[in-house]
Structure formats: structure tokens, C-alpha cells
Design a protein around this ligand. Structure first.
Ligand SMILES: Nc1ncnc2c1ncn2[C@@H]1O[C@H](COP(=O)(O)OP(=O)(O)OP(=O)(O)O)[C@@H](O)[C@H]1O
Length: 351
């Protein structure tokens, strides 16, 4: 089979290419150039110039054709601009989700299919045929699982993607890369958001949208003004650190009010919710279940999830009731629904 492997320059996607080649597939490599790093500090970041060279080197070592796809504009529009707009709008975006659904598993996947093949990535997730359809399953290595970012994949996409490292644990992946003679076998993990190279999302927003950042008031749930703040984009619902207020009891961000420029803070209880509405909901099976389903619900990437009931509503929405209140259910993040190791679907947490 012909397989186009999305190579980031990291060890996982290089190992994916090596594993597929060892299985006898015709492997081609592609790196997306998605962001112009020329004006910012170079670091160990995904898709920067160093990573592109690492990917090229791995492809050369494997002796496979290697392409560079210039997706800066597409990525800028679909991922970076939205990331900035969401923060200014008092939401907490997760840019890996649109990157996967609109860049990797749309643009790249179309190219792979045009070549008559499938697309492989180094994501930690698994795909299996279950009951006559494709199931998206959590990775064998729980700590590395990336299904939270992949819930928007449907049947058509899953039929044409491969996750060669999803059944392996990280040390096995490094060993596979080393066995193939790949220099990036010992490469460090990349940071959370590939285009925020210094990890400071708020500063990134300020650099991208100067003049649109508004200072405002930090208030208690009873309306008392406690401090001033540098913009709602600096806060996330559930956040405790960096609020700039002191007091006997810890305070958390309860909600953001972008139109008034306000950040509302309160107790841990006030910052917790057991109900949420998800919008723009996708179901991996292709259609919503006929009625409410019991699921494990994760409300952010590093959340193990809690039991809940998901009620599909019309208009690609769902109402979710959690079995206990969870702190930091942040609008803009995804709520992803699982049944055992299977991803049922997910949506965006509404305000
Ligand atoms: N710039 C890129 N070009 C091509 N593919 C990419 C790029 N960035 C990420 N990918 C693909 O998406 C997968 C998951 O991305 P993620 O950001 O988690 O990877 P990473 O940690 O940077 O690198 P790797 O997974 O290769 O070790 C990668 O394994 C790779 O297949």
C-alpha cells in the first residue's frame, strides 16, 4: 500500500514511517511548513526550521521521497487566527483540534488519497473495525493518548488513516526509531502548542493582536472589584494562579465576560460545574446516538474524565450532565465522550 506519512521532525512520526516501511509499504514523507518562525526565538518547537531538517534527514535515512507542503496561509486562517480570536473572545481554544480536522486530516489526507494511498501520522491513537464500522480507540500508552484532539474524525477519514505508533508504548517507539538508524530516536518531546514557541499563549495573542487587548476589572461573584487585569485572554475558567489577588481562601476564575472586559473569580465550588452544553458536536460513527448515552467525559486534554450522560440535541449540540461537578470546565475547550476505550464523539464547550 502507498502511505503518505506526515513527518513533524519528531520521533513518533519518524518511527511511524520506519514501521510502515518495515511492513513493506511504499512510504512517502511530507512535512507541513505551518508557521513563519523567522521573527521569533528559535527553540525546540514543532515545525520550525530545525524540525523540517530533522524530518528531511529521517526521510533520507529511510530512503523515501520527501515533500514540504507550504501550508502557512491555510494554517494561519484555520488555526492561528481562530486561536487569537477565541482568546480575545474570552474562550480557551485548543488549536490542535482544528489543526487535525482542517489541516492534517483534511488537506494532507486529500493529498494522500489523490496519490491513491492512506495518510499516517505519529499520533497516539488506534483505529479498529468494530461492528461494521471504524472505531477510534485510545492509545495503548495511556499517558501518551491523543484521542482528545481527534474526536472530529469521522468514518470517511478513519477509513484512510493509519496510526502506526498507537499500539506501542513510548520506549518501544524510540527503540523502533533507533533500530531504523534514525537520529531523532532520542529527541525531546515537543511543547504543547507548536506555534507558541515560548509557551506563553497570552503574549502570543498580544503580539498578534496589538491594540485589541483591553484591560479590565477582576471582580468577585458578588460584583466587588478586587483588582485590574491585563485582558481576558490571560485567563481560563478554573485558573487559580496569577490572578493578582490575595486572600484567606484560594480563588478561581469562575467565568470570563469579554464584552464587559471582566474576569469573575470565586470559590472552588463556584468555579465547578456538572452541566455543560457542547456545540458543533461530531460523532465518530457519523450520526448521533438515538437517545442519551452514558459516557466518560473529558473536558480538557489532561483530564482523566468523569462519568456523565450525553443527550444529543438537534443542531449538532449536546447537553452533558456530569456525575459530579468538575472545576475548570472552560468554554472553548472540547468535551470528548468515551465508552470504554472508544471515542464516541465530542464538541466545543459553550459559554
Ligand atoms: N509540521 C508537521 N508536518 C507534518 N506532520 C506533522 C507536523 N506536525 C505534526 N505532524 C503530524 O501530527 C502528529 C502529531 O503531532 P504532534 O504535534 O503531537 O507531534 P510531535 O510531538 O511534534 O512529533 P512526533 O509525533 O512526530 O514525535 C505527528 O506525529 C505528525 O505525524
Amino acid at each position: 500500500m502507498r502511505v503518505l506519512v506526515a513527518m513533524s521532525g519528531g520521533v513518533d512520526s519518524a518511527a511511524a514511517a520506519a514501521l510502515l516501511q518495515a511492513e513493506g509499504h511504499e512510504v512517502l514523507g511530507v512535512t507541513m511548513r505551518v508557521f513563519d518562525y523567522s521573527d521569533r526565538a528559535r527553540g525546540r518547537s514543532c515545525c520550525g526550521p530545525d524540525d523540517l531538517e530533522d524530518a528531511r534527514r529521517a526521510a533520507r535515512r529511510l530512503g523515501i521521497p520527501f515533500y514540504v507542503a507550504d501550508l502557512e496561509e491555510h494554517f494561519g486562517r484555520s488555526v492561528v487566527d481562530r486561536f487569537v480570536e477565541d482568546y480575545l473572545d474570552g474562550l480557551t481554544p485548543n488549536p490542535c483540534i482544528p489543526c487535525n480536522s482542517e489541516v492534517k486530516f483534511d488537506w494532507l489526507l486529500k493529498r494522500a488519497r489523490a496519490l491513491g494511498g492512506k495518510l499516517a501520522t505519529g499520533h497516539y491513537a488506534r483505529v479498529e473495525r468494530r461492528g461494521g464500522r471504524y472505531a477510534l480507540l485510545t492509545a495503548a500508552d495511556d499517558a501518551k493518548d491523543q484521542t482528545y484532539f481527534l474526536y472530529r474524525l469521522g468514518q470517511d477519514e478513519l477509513a484512510h488513516v493509519l496510526f502506526p505508533v498507537g499500539g506501542l508504548r513510548k520506549p518501544e517507539v524510540r527503540a523502533a526509531a533507533a533500530a531504523a538508524g534514525l537520529a531523532n530516536a532520542a529527541k525531546a518531546e515537543s511543547q504543547e502548542i507548536c506555534f507558541v514557541t515560548d509557551g506563553d499563549a497570552a503574549r502570543f495573542v498580544e503580539l498578534r493582536a496589538p491594540g485589541r487587548v483591553r484591560e479590565g476589572e477582576l471582580v468577585s461573584t458578588s460584583g466587588e472589584v478586587l483588582a485590574r487585569h491585563g485582558g481576558v485572554h490571560r485567563f481560563t475558567v478554573g485558573q487559580r494562579r496569577g490572578l493578582g489577588v490575595t486572600g484567606p481562601a484560594p480563588r478561581y476564575v469562575v467565568r470570563l465576560e469579554p464584552e464587559r472586559g471582566r474576569v469573575v473569580v470565586g470559590t472552588a465550588d463556584e468555579a465547578s460545574r456538572a452541566e455543560l452544553t457542547a456545540t458543533d458536536v461530531r460523532w465518530v460513527a457519523g450520526a448521533p446516538p438515538p437517545g442519551p448515552v452514558e459516557a466518560r467525559v473529558r473536558v480538557r486534554h489532561r483530564h482523566e474524565g468523569v462519568a456523565g450522560t450525553v443527550r444529543p440535541l438537534c443542531g449538532a449540540r449536546a447537553e452533558v450532565t456530569l456525575s459530579r461537578p468538575v472545576r475548570g470546565v472552560a468554554p472553548g475547550q472540547a468535551a470528548v465522550f468515551y465508552a470504554g476505550d472508544e471515542v464516541l464523539g465530542g464538541g466545543r464547550i459553550a459559554r
